[in-house]
Structure formats: structure tokens, C-alpha cells
Design a protein around this ligand. Sequence first.
Ligand SMILES: O=c1[nH]c(=O)c2[nH]c(=O)[nH]c2[nH]1
Length: 310
Amino acid sequence: MARGLEVEGFNLKQRHGKARVRVARVWKGKDGCDSMVEWNVSISLLSKCINAYLDGDNSDIVATDTMKNTVYAKAKECSEQLSVEDFAVLLAKHFVSFYRQVTGAIINIVEKPWERLHVAGQPHEHGFKLGSEKHTTEVILHENGALMITSGVQGLALLKTTKSGFEGFIRDKYTALPDTRERMLATEVTGTWRYWYPSAFKLPENPLYFTERYLDVKKVLMDTFFGHPKVGVYSPSVQSTLYDMAKAVLSSFSDISSVELKMPNIHFLPVNLSNRDKNTIVKFKDDVYLPTDEPHGSIEASLSRIPSRM
Ligand SMILES: O=c1[nH]c(=O)c2[nH]c(=O)[nH]c2[nH]1
């Protein structure tokens, strides 16, 4: 949050906004092929409305109801399909430029993963089905034009049945886990990456640039996690795989300056069963597992470029 303001001997920091404004936008294509998006928008404004807090004077308040209406009005104005990032920038620009009271806007949007349906191998002109992982963005714009665009993916569930191990870790009197070079590896990636676009006036012109980037980043993350389709790639730990994935994103995209990945280690436990007489019912041979949700390992890291000292 921005620096606070000294009032009556206290430091006051404040912001206000509207959370979870849901909007869907359909674009009717000239060729009869419709496009659509569904967005869940949260707006937070940094504004000079101190008298609302101190004196009950609301004359400097942008009503959160107005913020909600603005989402629908701006969605209507977008006559061409655009990325969720571009829509967030458009909203932020509006709030910062339209109200003299507003010094900054923080826009968060989660896009619902509606995907075009294919029937008999053909893309359907107006049919969509819900996919799994979600595209997210956060745009922060200040009145001086300083811009920060962060994009992300939420709920990208990945699993491989082999080419994963974990060995050589610290052993002490509480350690029960055996070393292994053969296990399942499952995770649900939450990733965010920050773009290097310092001003809202120097963005790529293609209105779907960030949508394409999102798909490209996801592909690089997954290709690195899985490796070649026939050979795979051995993972000595979630930590090592996470690092390789983050590094691959920074190496592939020069306009991304940092990446943060959260990769829970979702355990699939080997099943071994025996009866009361210690006779084996099921002996684990890398085949039968007990899938679990909790507890899970929690592994997260961020990787950013080091600014050159030139
Ligand atoms: O990839 C892993 N990293 C860990 O830190 C860890 N800890 C653990 O019990 N299993 C694993 N696996």
C-alpha cells in the first residue's frame, strides 16, 4: 500500500474499491464465429478522500458502485476482443485520468477458462466448454504513469508417473522417508510473472499480445516440467524442477523480468497392505497409490533478473 498520511498524530493508509465484479463479453465475428470472455474484476483505488475518514465528508469519494458500473461500460466500449491485461490497463487508465482525486489504481482480474469447443475436429462457432487453469492479472498504475503488469496462472495441475526422485536429504531421528529415484510427481502450479513495461503508453499494439504470451509461458512451464514426450526429464526434487521452470521462462521471454512459482508437492502414497498374520495383500510395485490432498509439501520461489550495473 502507498505511503500513509499523518493525521491527528496517527499514520493513516487507505484505499477503497469493488471486489469480484463479474462480467462476460461476447464479440460477434463478421464470419459468424463468436468470441467470449468471462472476467472477475477487483478494483482498488488510491485516492485523496481523507475527509471521508476524518469528517464524514464523501465529496471526494468515487462510489464503489460507480466502479462496478464502469466495468460494464468499459466492456461495452471494447468493440474488439482484447487480453485480460489490456482490459485491466484500460480500466486503470480510466480511473487515474478521469478523477483528480485518484492517485493510483490496482486492478486484479481472474479470467474463467472458457475454451472453444471442437465438434468432429472442427472449431464450434459459438460453443465453449470450461477448462481448468485460470489466467490472472494484476495491473498497478500510478498518476505519474508508472505501470506494473503482472500476469499469472492459477490451478495448473500437472502430474508425471515417473522420472522423479528425492534422495540425499537430511536424515535425523525423526526421518522416516526413504531415498527414492522412482516416484510420482504431482503439483498444482500457481505462477505469476511480471512484465517489463514501465509505462501505459508503451505497450505492444496487438490487443491479444498478452493472451498469446500467457499461452506461451504456460507451454514453457509444462515443457520444462515434463521434458521430451518419449524420454521425459528426471526431477531430483520439486525445488530443482521449479527452478528450471522459472529459468526457462526468463530465458524465453525478454519482456518478463521476474517469475514466482508456488508448487505444492501433492503426495501419492505407495500402497502396501498385509493382513493380521503379516501376509501380503498388496505389495507396492510402482503401481497402486493412495492419492492425497493434505498434508502437502509447499515449495515456492521467485526468480528475477539482476539489473545490470552498467
Ligand atoms: O521434492 C521434494 N522436496 C522436498 O523438500 C521434499 N520433502 C519431502 O518429504 N519430500 C520432498 N520432495
